[in-house]
Design a protein around this ligand. Sequence first.
Ligand code: ADP
Ligand code: MG
Length: 254
Amino acid sequence: MAIVELKDVQLNYHTKNGEIVALQDLNLTIKDQEFVSIVGQSGCGKSTLLSLISGLLKPTKGEVKVNGLPVDGTTGRVGYMLQQDYLFEWRTILDNALLGLEIRGEKTAEAVDEVREMLKVYGLGGFEKYYPSQLSGGMRQRVALIRTLATKPHVLLLDEPFSALDYQNRLSVGEEVVRILRERKKTVIMVTHDIAEAISMANRVVVMTPRPGTIQSIHRIEITDQGLTPIQTREVPTFREYFTAIWKELNVNA
Ligand code: ADP
Ligand code: MG
């Protein structure tokens, strides 16, 4: 079943020097519980694409649907997680994790219990009263993920979610995030500039052209279908072939 559909999408930005066509003739369908990675040169429109799916932007032309309905910014259950974790330093871990619910006016006793439970299950049980500065980068990113999951999104949009972490942490946080999202059966669209990361987590990798951004190609990553973790996926011999193919495509445009 299609959960996200983009049909003939164009997005223009209006600037004082005229219009910038950021995306053009973009068609993409994403199935329920799929993990799709998006790669492409800086400025090709990756973040713009996520903003359209989240309803922050409206397409200049074409259609964007989530769950079969046009996105209008309020109905769609879409969660957005960014590169910076945007935790508030003066709020405790629990209060940070509750923020999304608070903003939506959905902070019921039941919802609070669920968030406490998630913190426990994901290794943050003893840290509810701590402040973000007392946590490691990986733990902070987990709090940000729990905050996003608390509002029960069907679709999660991740924009370079690990780029603030060092290499070791990227690997282990990536491992955890994939496990959590699989357990919770989420549909995920992740933007990254790291080709290996893109392949290791995804069912499909979408390569975008330079601006105006459109889909250049889609690679189905069959090795991830076996339920391997991202680190295990990196060790499968065919991993290298996917990497080389995508790397070449991106470099043709460079
Ligand atoms: P990416 O995330 O792939 O690096 P973006 O989606 O951020 O690319 O941007 C795509 C293009 O649109 C870029 O050329 C960028 O300069 C331009 N752009 C992005 N946001 C705006 C804006 N608010 N106003 C004008 N141009 C923008
Ligand atoms: Mg971007």
